[in-house]
Design a protein around this ligand. Structure first.
Ligand code: SF4
Length: 690
């Protein structure tokens, strides 16, 4: 909490960037940020990465919006808050009246607080009467959630970062952990250095953690499902499984075993390009270590079969008994600071807060008692379906909170067609973003340092952030904007005076958060969900039972989904994309941090030395990368991080014109519709300029 020392204030906050959830004190004098000082944060101890330590200039950027804007023809004009709020309330009411509630949609932000995400979905469901609400986990970890909900019950990491640190063996699949989750990676590197832990990395790209791994394996693209199943099969065929654990705690072994029949070592070797011995070594390594964790990220989930591969990961952990004990478990690493929380709070088309299905009669009754409405039983549109529906005319309005979709969604040209088809597009952000260009109304929002609330990190850890400074004049916290429009639309129960009131409501309507109250989250106190009414939290899940009726886990026979956009004669290269250490996500915040922007001024394309030699590319050469969906012009970086005909473009791009997502396409994970960003074939044209 705040301690005043003369003019200098020290305030506890939680990092606004990645999902590790580092917390620290921020020292300020007025709006001037003097320093960031880690205390004993639950996730980070006294560590931070470059972004958490130095990445805060964006708060005072001259680019901040300080007045609502309303479109007039091709231009925007400044409007008072009253005018803009009245305008949005009136247009939402008109569109609902004319086309019905399902013509409207809402997208919550994973950079906003839990309380704000809760209000976005409450607004959609209670004020409008639609389930058309979603969040950016649709672009990243939704497939991981499917894999976990199918097999163990809860859609979150099964333990904490401490468990990852305690594991004897950590396997990272499709995660560039050292750059995307730096402080978490530091804790693993330390455990490895002390000889307590082995690290295996399976990835297309030789990133930093791959270089440090005890075993680094580069499979062919989109073959993780195959090797995971082959390893599970080998373990079962050779009697290396956790027999007692399977007998006592897991259902579905016979069916699962039958589903593994095609996954021989020979088949997996041919698919991945590894030798049979490599696969045997890997399987023996997993079976012989007592405490194994698997962490994964976008390399797994942003594929056509992302949900199925995530399921295969969880199956392997079940086969080897790696759930419910310290140092074991499944760790889909959440990208945004609050992407876990935004889903937890029900900003999803089929569930309200606490993963409660809109079709469950108990949930319907609970919400009826609290909000005075009957929940719609039908699933709403997810992010990707909203854009399709806008293009085909079913969707007329979208209210987008704090997401730069036009840099982060796949197939940007398709997305822009969707925006342009809307009758009302409301964007709420800190800046005039690429996405805001297409808006009808823009609300200037407040960043985390200017408001109170909670974030939930990748380890399901709920942490408070305190207001470090007043909102910049003209800006408002997102929860106040939603509340102001709800009040104008005559909605009941929108009289929150503080985010703590909102969290009390979350606790009332969501058994998973029954014991979450601000009084239990003072200062550096945290709670890992589920939290019982008496405040008992759950850092390690499944110690006694899995989250299913009867308490047993379920081995799930998953199905292979083949990639679609494999390279061919015309598009002969495989495109991979992801993050880089210095920038966060699309980069709207970090490009406004002078030191970071100077060090890493823009995106680039990584080209392997082999490909560079073949095509005459040097570091610094301008190249054009072309896919079926679009083209970008970037400078090349020749590096051994990539091999052969794979190229890599960071998703952090200063301008739309350099965005990797002009190249990505419409293929999606079969279950969640998460775009299969990694399923992209391209060609490279050398522009011959330096
Ligand atoms: Fe922030 Fe993540 Fe860096 Fe921690 S590791 S300081 S949460 S960006």
């Amino acid at each position: 909490s705040q301690a005043r020392e003369g003019y200098i204030e020290r305030t506890k906050t939680v990092c606004t960037y990645c999902g590790v959830g580092c917390s620290f004190d921020v020292w300020t004098k007025g709006r001037h940020i003097l320093k960031v000082e880690p205390q004993q944060g639950a996730a980070n101890g006294i560590s931070t990465c470059v972004k958490g330590k130095f990445g805060w200039d964006y708060v005072n950027s001259e680019d901040r919006l300080t007045s609502p804007l309303i479109r007039e023809g091709d231009r925007f004009r400044e409007a008072s808050w009253d005018e803009a709020l009245d305008y949005v309330a009136r247009r939402l009411t008109e569109i609902k009246g004319q086309y019905g509630p399902d013509a409207l949609s809402f997208i919550a932000s994973s950079k906003c607080t839990n309380e704000e995400a809760f209000l976005v979905q409450k607004f959609a469901r209670q004020v409008i009467g639609t389930n058309n609400v979603d969040n950016c986990s649709r672009y990243c970890q939704s497939p991981a959630t499917v894999g976990l909900v199918r097999t163990v019950g809860y859609g979150g990491d099964s333990g904490t970062i401490k468990d990852l640190e305690q594991a004897d063996l950590v396997i990272g699949v499709g995660t560039n952990t050292a750059e995307s989750h730096p402080v978490l990676a530091t804790r693993l590197k330390r455990a490895q250095k002390l000889g307590r832990q082995k690290i295996v990395v399976v990835d297309l790209r030789e990133h930093e953690l791959a270089r440090r791994a005890d075993l680094f394996l580069q499979p062919r693209p989109a073959t993780d499902f195959i090797w995971l199943n082959a390893v599970s099969r080998y373990i079962l065929d050779h009697g290396l499984e956790a027999r007692e654990f399977l007998a006592e705690r897991v259902d579905g072994l016979a069916e699962f075993r039958a589903s593994l029949e095609p996954y021989t070592l020979e088949y997996a070797a041919e698919a991945t390009g590894w030798s049979v011995e490599t696969l045997v070594n890997l399987a023996e390594m997993i079976a012989s270590h007592k405490r194994v964790c698997i962490m994964w990220a976008m390399g797994v989930t942003q594929q056509c079969g992302g949900s199925e591969t995530s399921t295969a990961i969880s199956n392997l952990l079940l086969v080897t008994g790696n759930y419910g004990r310290p140092g074991t478990g499944a760790y889909p690493l959440r990208g945004h600071n609050n992407v876990q929380g935004t889903s937890d709070m029900g900003a999803m088309p089929d569930q309200v807060s606490g993963y409660q299905r809109v079709t469950d009669p108990e949930v319907v009754a609970r919400i009826q008692a609290e909000w005075g409405i009957t929940l719609r039983p039908d699933r709403g549109l997810d992010n990707t379906q909203m854009i399709d529906a806008a293009i085909d005319g079913r969707l007329k309005a979208m209210w987008l909170t704090g997401e730069e979709m036009s840099l982060t969604d796949a197939d940007v040209n398709h997305l822009i067609r969707g925006y342009e088809s809307l009758e009302l597009f409301v964007v709420q952000d800190l800046y005039f973003t690429n996405t805001a260009r297409y808006a009808d109304v823009i609300f200037p929002a407040a960043p985390s340092l200017e408001k109170e609330g909670t974030f939930t990190s990748t380890e399901r850890r709920i942490q408070r952030l305190y207001q470090v400074m007043e909102p910049l004049p003209g800006c408002k916290p997102d929860w106040q904007i939603y509340q102001a429009v709800a009040q104008r639309m005559g909605a009941e129960g929108w009289n929150y005076t503080h985010p703590g009131d909102i969290m009390d409501e979350v606790a009332r309507v969501s058994p998973m958060f029954a014991g979450v109250h601000y009084s239990r989250l003072e200062g550096y106190d945290t709670l890992c969900w589920p939290v019982a009414e008496d405040g008992t939290d759950s850092p390690l899940l499944y110690t006694e039972e899995f989250h299913f009726e009867g308490g047993k886990a379920r081995l799930w026979p998953a199905e292979y989904v083949a990639p679609v956009n494999v390279p061919d004669a015309e598009y002969d290269l495989q495109l991979n994309s992801g993050r880089m250490l210095e920038h966060f996500h699309e980069g709207n915040m970090t490009f406004r941090v002078a030191g970071i922007a100077a060090k890493t001024p823009d995106a680039f394309v990584e080209v392997s030395p082999e490909l560079a030699a073949e095509r005459g590319v040097e570091t610094g050469s301008w190249v054009r990368v072309v896919s079926k969906n679009g083209a970008v012009r970037l400078r090349a970086l020749v590096t051994e991080r990539v091999t052969g005909k794979q190229i890599y473009i960071p998703m952090n791009s200063r301008e739309l014109e350099g965005s990797v997502n002009l190249l990505t396409g419409q293929n999606r994970d079969t279950i969640t519709h998460t775009p299969a960003y990694k399923d992209t074939a391209v060609r490279l044209e050398v522009l011959g300029e330096r």
